[in-house]
Design a protein around this ligand. Structure first.
Ligand SMILES: *[C@@H]1O[C@H](CO)[C@@H](O)[C@H](O)[C@H]1NC(C)=O
Length: 263
């Protein structure tokens, strides 16, 4: 009798152990890492990341911060903070580029080391000698650390500055678009590239100068809420056109219902 109870208790424990994975099953979270064009703002401008939640059946945690670059987001431990909290199958969208350019002769703590690979620069920032990596290196380091935790990574090219500001439409992707694509490829199959900049530019071209100028109330980079919402919809369109990628099954919209054309 005693041994029977012992056996039953072992079976009971075994069934608890088997069902445990179901007990911890959870909805994925989408984390956003980027700069002011993605971050929550207030007043005349807004970041596009604030609108993504309306198109997804997943919760969105917008960790973008104004003024940051791939470098300063790394150095401040902000990628690491996401690495620390991601769960398997969470999705992290990474979009930088507006603060990554410029040179290191007067180091502002944001500019990256020029180059597409593993080259490094030695610089002086805040009176300290620092080693600065390239833009792809910062994204690859973050992406690989996130993937090691079981997350999926979407590397997104930066939003365009107002492509109508000269009077006629002109969009030339910055080098950070090429670098974003190459970084996604080097992170591997748990990363994908979304050409957010090109999708946005194409929609801005269709909308025309008057409309698009109204999206940029302060300068040629930061957008009004309506502009940011358009930029967000360009992101959703780009992901849908890529078959949904890691967001497949979690997007509320059909490809055709979202403005823009697949490229
Ligand atoms: C997707 O559908 C939702 C719900 O109807 C809507 O709020 C959202 O704006 C749509 N997203 C896009 C990108 O059209």
């Amino acid at each position: 009798m005693l041994s029977m109870m012992y056996l039953l208790s072992i079976l009971g424990l075994a069934s608890v152990a088997v069902s445990a994975p179901n007990a911890v099953k959870r909805a994925q979270t989408v984390y956003l890492a980027g700069d002011s064009t993605m971050a929550k703002a207030s007043g005349a401008t807004q970041g596009w990341g604030e609108y993504l939640k309306y198109s997804l059946s997943l919760s969105v945690s917008n960790k973008a911060i104004g003024g940051r670059s791939s470098r300063s987001y790394t150095v401040e431990g902000r990628f690491q903070a996401i690495v620390d909290i991601v769960q398997p199958n969470d999705i992290v969208v990474i979009e930088f580029g507006h603060n990554d350019g410029g040179g290191l002769s007067t180091d502002n703590g944001r500019s990256v080391c020029p180059g597409a690979g593993s080259e490094t620069c030695t610089s002086t920032y805040n009176g300290q000698t620092v080693t600065v990596l390239t833009y792809p290196a910062y994204l690859i380091n973050a992406g690989k650390a996130l993937v090691a935790k079981g997350a999926k990574v979407i590397i997104s090219s930066p939003t365009p500055n107002n492509p109508w500001e000269s009077g006629t439409f002109s969009y030339t992707p910055s080098r950070f678009t090429t670098y974003s694509k190459s970084a996604a490829g080097q992170i591997g199959s748990n990363a994908m590239f979304i050409d957010h900049g090109q999708y946005t530019a194409n929609i801005f071209q269709t909308l025309g100068k008057t409309k698009v100028d109204s999206f940029f109330p302060n300068d040629h980079t930061h957008m009004s809420p309506a502009g940011a919402d358009t930029v967000n919809r360009a992101f959703v369109k780009a992901v849908l056109c890529a078959g949904g990628g890691f967001l497949n099954g979690f997007i509320k919209n059909s490809t055709n219902s979202v403005e823009g054309t697949c490229i």
